[in-house]
Design a protein around this ligand. Structure first.
Ligand code: FAD
Length: 397
């Protein structure tokens, strides 16, 4: 197979747009097909760790994004009732000094908009109302044909499936298989700080308790607080993966939690409820002239805040591989470079369920106490785990 001059991308999420921008900067002609009628992201926050920020910096977006960022001072894990710290690891200036890039909180809509504008400036063509239904990989023509609803088609040298957890591109490549419900739901919301009745610490904080946990952090320079409240459940019936949540149900579920949580929730007027879904590791991420990235190939529980970060890393690495190698080798190298890392983080995120939800009762609490002791007496052990995630720099490989 030969050099790639044109790419069509299914999905204009954070992963699809990052890939589009990285490819356009390599001089490749890019078309992005998005099913939505208008561009946008859900009204929620995103933790962007240094490993992802290094990519965004390399794509020339750091200065633009910095005006929307909030810099958390610590990553914290706290007890749901007493507020005791099981972990308090420095971020802020420490993250910047240790990893060469800061740890930020961004509103998804801000990141998405900056990416979309950069794509437009780089000559990426965006097609809205473009619902992908499949593709035809035409070896004779040496092109792939992306199939849209209403019989529309797009031809390119390469198709990237960045169409999320329910990816049609993945389905065509590997067969129909619904994502698995992970037995947990997440309420999400954003509250203006002016509505709060409680003081929230400037940290990325995970409050852990039996069968549920609660994440809170500031957004947009500290004007808003984002929350994600996760609860184990076996009764998710809805086909939709996100819907309007009942604020009163949320308030009841966390009513006996530490005031920083229960009071924070009292100020929420609106929330979305998401089923948390996942997939087992895929056998392959590419076939012929088609390749997957982001949630389309490695959806993960958000318990390390790394799903979007992995999609951002994927897009950059894929563009680099395509600029250096002919197609077949590029796709092989991309998968070799990305699959072990993404799968590892997928597994670590899943493993955090037990820690965050105090599985095993007393033993669960003991694990948290062990984490606390490690933080005090062997901080290097914890630091080395974080280093492996945040210290990774795909712009240098
Ligand atoms: C509660 C929660 C909190 C999270 N917090 C964090 C965090 O703090 N940090 C972090 O890094 N990650 C976080 N994540 C994970 C992160 O949101 C995802 O991993 C990331 O958004 C995946 O990006 P993507 O571009 O691969 O897919 P998506 O964001 O799903 O984008 C896919 C795009 O494809 C489009 N599409 C889908 N089907 C079609 C079709 N048939 N035709 C055309 N277009 C289509 C969609 O409309 C969408 O625009 C969190 C996730 C959850 C659920």
């Amino acid at each position: 197979m030969d050099q790639v001059n044109s790419v069509v991308i299914a999905g204009a999420g954070i992963g699809g747009l990052c890939a589009a921008l990285a490819l356009a900067k390599q001089g490749i002609q890019v078309v992005v097909c998005e099913q939505a009628a208008s561009l946008g992201e859900v009204g929620a926050g995103l933790q962007i760790s240094p490993n992802a920020l290094k990519v965004l910096r390399h794509l020339g977006l750091e200065a633009e994004l910095s005006q929307f960022a909030f810099v958390p001072q610590h990553a914290a894990i706290r007890d749901y009732k007493s507020g005791e710290y099981f972990l308090k690891s420095p971020l802020g200036e420490h993250a910047e000094a240790r990893y060469g890039a800061p740890y930020w909180h961004l509103h998804r809509a801000d990141l998405h908009q900056v990416l979309a504008e950069a794509c437009a400036n780089a000559g990426v063509e965006l097609v809205l109302n473009a619902v992908v239904v499949g593709y035809r990989d035409n070896t004779e023509l040496k092109q792939v044909c992306l199939l849209l609803e209403e019989g529309r088609e797009f031809y390119a040298d390469l198709l990237i499936g960045a169409d999320g957890i329910r990816s049609k591109v993945r389905e065509k490549m590997l067969g129909q298989e619904r994502p698995a419900f992970m037995g947990q739901v997440a309420w999400r919301g954003v509250i203006p700080v002016s509505d709060l009745t409680v003081d929230i610490k400037p940290d990325a904080c995970v409050w852990v308790g039996p069968g549920r946990h609660f994440v809170s952090y500031y957004l947009r320079g500290g004007d808003y607080v984002n929350f994600v409240a996760v609860e184990e459940r076996s009764d998710w019936q809805s086909e939709s993966w996100r819907e309007e949540g009942d604020v009163n149900e949320l308030k009841r579920a966390f009513a006996d939690w530490h005031p920083e949580v229960s009071e924070l929730i009292k100020s929420a007027s609106h929330t979305f409820l998401w089923a948390l879904n996942g997939r087992a590791e895929l056998s392959t991420w590419h076939q012929g002239r088609v390749v997957l990235l982001g949630d389309a190939c490695h959806p993960m529980l958000p318990f390390m805040a790394q799903g979007a970060a992995m999609a951002i890393e994927d897009g950059y690495v894929l563009a680099e591989c395509l600029s250096r190698y002919v197609l077949e080798e590029a796709l092989q190298r991309y998968e070799q470079s990305r699959k072990p890392r993404a799968t590892n983080i997928q597994n670590m995120s899943k493993a955090n369920t037990g820690l965050y939800h105090m599985h095993g009762g007393v033993f669960g609490k003991m694990k948290l106490k062990a984490l606390q002791a490690a933080g005090r007496f062997a901080p290097n052990v914890i630091q080395s785990k974080l280093d492996a995630v945040y210290g990774y720099d795909v712009t240098k490989i």
